[in-house]
Design a protein around this ligand. Structure first.
Ligand SMILES: C[S@@+](CC[C@H](N)C(=O)[O-])C[C@H]1O[C@@H](n2cnc3c(N)ncnc32)[C@H](O)[C@@H]1O
Length: 210
């Protein structure tokens, strides 16, 4: 069993070392290869503008924070929250906070830092993987539904959302919810998202409000 685990870990390390987005993220100083997924989404859908106030839920180690920071510029602000602390990015327009998305007081805690609703909410939340797909899918969907339920208090009317979803039996249910809440919704799989991964993203614009 241990030999098998060691073998699959070695394979994973080998694949990671040869992954073009992993190599690019190291070269360009990004905290994660995931940065390129957000870059590709923004490149096509322009969901973050200079001056925007952005909330990034599940932000560690900080790749999306770096990308969002570049797009909001000096007049904008990005707040990242995660269960894990984010090592200081030394970016003036980025704040981070250790916070569980299921914290009962999530909205108040976030609003106390931001001082108001957000123009854009990003969610790249993933649970700790058990390796059993049905369990991981159900846990991830629970997070997605939690984020969706918070939007009416967090996102301004007309605002945008980018949210990761694990494909599976409950995915269509959350898709439908997001389609009802926004005027424009697109289901996307950025090039940087591994083909072998079951994840996709919903890019949503023009939030209808509560
Ligand atoms: C795929 S990573 C995000 C990567 C990030 N977008 C980047 O570019 O660096 C998913 C994150 O979700 C966080 N997470 C998982 N469960 C959470 C929860 N209940 N509350 C807040 N964050 C959570 C994990 O700690 C992890 O850092």
């Amino acid at each position: 069993m241990e030999a098998l685990e060691l073998k699959s870990k070695r394979r994973w390390l080998h694949e990671r070392r040869n992954d073009p987005y992993f190599i690019l993220s190291k070269k360009e100083g990004y905290r994660s290869r995931a940065s390129f997924k957000l870059k590709q989404i923004i490149g096509k859908y322009r969901i973050i503008k200079p001056g925007d106030n952005v909330l990034d839920i599940g932000c560690a180690p900080g790749g999306w924070l770096q990308v969002a920071s570049q797009h909001v510029g000096n007049s904008g602000m990005v707040l990242g929250v995660d269960l894990k602390p984010v090592e200081d990015l030394e970016l003036e327009n980025v704040k981070t906070c250790v916070l569980n998305v299921f914290d009962e007081d999530f909205t108040n805690k976030v609003m106390r830092i931001s001082g108001g609703k957000f123009d854009v909410v990003l969610s790249d939340l993933s649970p700790n993987m058990s390796g059993i797909y049905e369990i991981d899918h159900a846990r991830q969907i629970e997070m997605v539904e939690r984020v969706i339920s918070l939007l009416k208090d967090l996102l301004r009317k007309g605002g945008c959302l980018v949210i990761k979803i694990f494909e599976g039996q409950y995915a269509r249910r959350v898709d439908r919810k997001v389609f009802r809440m926004f005027k424009f919704v697109k289901r996307v799989k950025p090039k940087a998202s591994r083909k072998s991964s079951s994840e996709y993203y919903l890019v949503a614009r023009f939030f209808k409000g509560s």
